[in-house]
Design a protein around this ligand. Structure first.
Ligand SMILES: [Zn+2]
Ligand SMILES: [Zn+2]
Length: 170
């Protein structure tokens, strides 16, 4: 029996073993609904996908369009860059230069989510609203400015972890 295009995609999308989050704050954990095997359930928001005309469940789809976009912006850097380009047209958000080589930058840096447990992750860090176009020069400067703050925060985190560890021995 030949597999249709849909069938193939279906196979890829559904029935995957659930993977535990490896704690990489750059790629936040996928929601429970990502591993759903319910036809017509959005893998991102977990709601059912309805047909436009009669509100019945569209069992042929597994993503809302907006949900798919949101997902792609988080997990696929190429897609992320394409959305940022579409919005900013390559204009640096700091110096306003256009046509320079540019990077996608997280306005509030992602490393602020490092070590945060799954339940406490701030998803706004991963949205398009937290992304900006920076020319290479401005990006380099921002990264440098942030590294001092980062070092300080890491220090604080380490002392917090030590504190927790001592607590568990009580
Ligand atoms: Zn959805
Ligand atoms: Zn710039």
């Amino acid at each position: 029996m030949p597999l249709s295009r849909f069938g193939k995609r279906h196979e890829r999308t559904f029935g995957k073993e659930k993977e535990e989050w490896d704690g990489d704050f750059r790629k936040p954990p996928k929601p429970e609904s990502y591993w759903t095997n319910v036809k017509g359930q959005c893998r991102w928001c977990g709601l059912m996908i309805l047909n436009d005309n009669d509100d019945t469940i569209n069992t042929r789809r597994s993503w809302h369009e907006d949900c798919a976009t949101e997902y792609m912006i988080i997990y696929h850097s190429k897609e992320q860059r394409a959305w940022v380009r579409r919005r900013d047209n390559g204009e640096c958000n700091h110096c306003g230069n256009i046509g320079m080589r540019w990077d996608v930058d997280h306005i509030r840096p992602l490393w602020e989510q490092k070590g945060v447990v799954k339940e406490d992750l701030d998803w706004s860090y991963y949205s398009l609203d937290n992304l900006q176009t920076l020319c290479k020069k401005c990006h380099k400067k921002k990264t440098k400015d942030e590294s001092a703050i980062r070092a300080l925060k890491n220090k604080k985190k380490i002392s917090k972890v030590n504190y927790k560890e001592t607590k568990t021995w009580e």
